[in-house]
Design a protein around this ligand. Structure first.
Ligand code: BEZ
Ligand code: FE
Length: 290
């Protein structure tokens, strides 16, 4: 039967209304309502709709085991961060804020001893990062694991072959000590662009948006009986700190990285030169039922 544009939404909602799984039904009905409202508002020509379908098709073709262009699309629309923020409302607000995982956690970080350098090439002034992993009630979490990955002082991850970095550079999997403390040597990372060689890059160019993320170090902290947290420590004075291309900065994660010229302090970390220093403490919530 003929269906008018006014009736179309209700007809499709009705078609999905017998979906047995209640959550899937809710999602499909809501997706229908929002998609139809979007199309009603934008009123695309058929040629414009084909451009959109082609864009999504190429987004799929650009994706594989190590490149997730759809996730990048979700990132630049701020949707990944919105899902993270909504997810965090389900848990204690006393934990470290969570933020996006990003596409560069694609290899296993090398296990490293506390104090070891994740900078394998000595590319810049050494930087010491230290912190403790504690519970929301303030107790240290002994032997928590802390997985770390970051770009180097030029803004490259080891997996970006154009940089020619050794595998594992800028990565480390640490186990905190009996007091929940961790520390490692690195270099202050630089800001860098998200991948722009695919449809998402086209989208950014077409909308006159820059692709840059402020400098940051990624962390995943975990311990038995606790909810793992995926987060970043952002370098306080980094360019783009107020305009992250993927909207992932939370003010509580902005961390001063400060030069320390005290050679006695340097010697405590096995250094004999001025160094940069940052402290990033991580708070985990107990897992459900723990
Ligand atoms: C990252 O920080 O590694 C990242 C996050 C989202 C999109 C692209 C890169
Ligand atoms: Fe990153």
């Amino acid at each position: 039967m003929d269906v008018t544009s006014e009736e179309a939404t209700d007809v499709v909602v009705e078609a999905f209304s017998k979906t047995p799984d209640p959550r899937l039904r809710e999602v499909l009905v809501s997706a229908t309502r929002h998609l139809h409202a979007f199309v009603q508002e934008v009123d695309p020509t058929m040629a414009e709709w084909e451009v959109a379908i082609d864009f999504l098709t190429r987004t799929g073709h650009k994706s594989d085991d190590v490149r997730q262009e759809f996730m990048l699309l979700s990132d630049v629309f701020g949707v990944t961060m919105l899902v993270e923020t909504l997810e965090s409302l389900r848990h204690s607000n006393a934990t470290t804020a969570a933020t996006v995982l990003g596409p560069f956690h694609m290899t296993v970080s090398p296990r490293r001893e506390l104090g070891e350098s994740i900078d394998e090439i000595g590319s810049a002034v050494p930087c010491i990062v230290e912190g403790t992993v504690t519970s929301v009630t303030g107790e240290p979490i002994p032997h928590a694991t802390v997985d770390v990955w970051q770009a180097d002082s030029e803004g490259f991850y080891d997996v970006q072959t154009e940089a020619g970095l050794p595998e594992g550079n800028g990565r480390g999997f640490f186990t905190a000590d009996e007091n929940g403390a961790f520390w490692f040597r690195t270099v202050v990372p630089a800001f860098y662009p998200i991948p722009t060689d695919g449809p998402v890059g086209e989208l950014l160019r077409a909308s006159a948006r820059h692709p840059y993320r402020p400098a940051h170090i990624h962390f995943i902290a975990d311990a038995p009986g606790f909810l793992p947290i995926t987060t970043h420590c952002f370098v306080a004075d980094s360019p783009y700190i107020d305009e992250d291309a993927v909207f992932a900065v939370k003010s509580s994660l902005i961390t001063p990285f400060e030069r320390n010229d005290d050679l006695v302090a340097a010697s405590r970390f096995g250094l004999d030169q001025p160094f940069d220093h940052a402290r990033f403490d991580i708070v985990l919530a107990p897992a459900e039922g723990a």
